[in-house]
Design a protein around this ligand. Structure first.
Ligand SMILES: NC(=O)c1ccc[n+]([C@@H]2O[C@H](COP(=O)([O-])OP(=O)(O)OC[C@H]3O[C@@H](n4cnc5c(N)ncnc54)[C@H](OP(=O)(O)O)[C@@H]3O)[C@@H](O)[C@H]2O)c1
Length: 275
């Protein structure tokens, strides 16, 4: 499995996203994913499935150091004591002593960033997490977070797919030695799959449109993608993206779709995005 080095973290370039997965279906899917070769699972306190994710990992029986697990702290829990409690509860639910990556899920302007970054650093120093990072941080906030943090941040997890330009965030991550983790990497699998640039590359390489999009992600330096599927039969498809290359022309044609500027996860609490 191709991994990305991000300020000391070695992160498998494809992970399983688990948002909306719940109960036995979630546990079964996580187990099946690990059995079919996934080595990276993404969850969050907010997904309310950490116990199911933990059961899936346990059932797969994989050595702890062979699986990379990420969780996140929700923005209402960013004051120091709340942050600590949230991280500890996540570990309890996951049945793990530490996660491989702990993220601030979204920034919260009502809570001083320095306080949250200190709590994130304390979680690392106290062994709750092996690596730390942020999510949904535009470049100005990312720079602030990097300068406030005594330990290096490993990732910024942001929405990224061919129809959203994230070149500024990507450049900021790279210059800080961080990975950019693409969420909604398939654009939730809607019309994006039918885009001619993607369909043409899929036909040429004998791959599915989903594989072409995931290949486009992991072929970019420092980019990691965490596609979600609710279907067991798609697990292998979404992982099998390391045995073909897109040409520069194909990469550029897919990247040109960014002109659509289509953002899926945009809420009233979102920060001011880079334009
Ligand atoms: N940090 C954040 O704020 C944040 C926000 C959103 C998401 N996330 C994380 O990122 C993960 C991925 O994002 P997402 O779940 O929103 O969107 P996504 O992975 O872009 O899209 C998932 C959708 O794509 C479909 N799909 C999966 N594989 C496919 C394939 N090979 N071909 C065609 N369609 C395919 C799935 O349908 P089927 O189920 O039918 O396969 C599902 O409807 C989440 O699960 C979560 O872990 C983080």
């Amino acid at each position: 499995m191709h991994t990305v080095d991000a300020n000391g973290a070695h992160i498998p370039a494809i992970g399983l996203g688990t948002w909306t997965l719940e109960g036995n279906h979630c546990a079964d899917l996580v187990q099946a994913a690990i059995e079919s070769g996934y080595r990276h699972i993404d969850t969050a306190a907010m997904y309310k499935n950490e116990d199911d994710v933990g059961r899936g990992i346990a059932r797969a029986g994989i050595a702890r150091d062979k699986i990379f697990v990420t969780t996140k702290v929700w923005p209402t829990d960013l004051a120091a004591a709340d942050f600590r409690r949230s991280a500890e509860q996540s570990l309890d639910r996951l049945g793990l002593e530490q996660v491989d990556l702990l993220l601030i899920h979204w920034p919260n302007p009502a809570i001083r960033l320095g306080e949250t970054i200190d709590a994130l650093n304390a979680a690392l120093e106290d062994g709750l997490a092996r690596n730390i990072g942020v999510s949904n941080f535009p470049t100005a906030l990312l720079a602030e977070a990097v300068s406030l943090s005594s330990h290096r941040l490993s990732v910024n997890q942001v929405e990224y797919h061919p129809k959203l330009d994230q070149s500024k965030v990507m450049a900021a991550c790279r210059s800080a030695g961080m990975a950019m983790v693409s969420y909604c990497p398939l654009g939730r699998g809607l019309d994006i799959l039918q885009e001619p640039a993607i369909a043409a590359a899929a036909k040429k390489h004998g791959r599915t449109p989903g594989q072409v999009i995931l290949r486009w992600h992991v072929q970019q330096p420092n980019v990691i993608a965490i596609p979600r599927t609710t279907r067991r039969e798609r697990l292998a498809e979404n992982l099998d993206v390391f045995s073909f290359d897109l040409t520069d022309a194909e990469m550029n044609a897919i990247s040109a779709l960014r002109a659509a500027n289509y953002r899926i996860c945009d809420f009233e609490f979102s920060p001011a995005w880079d334009v």
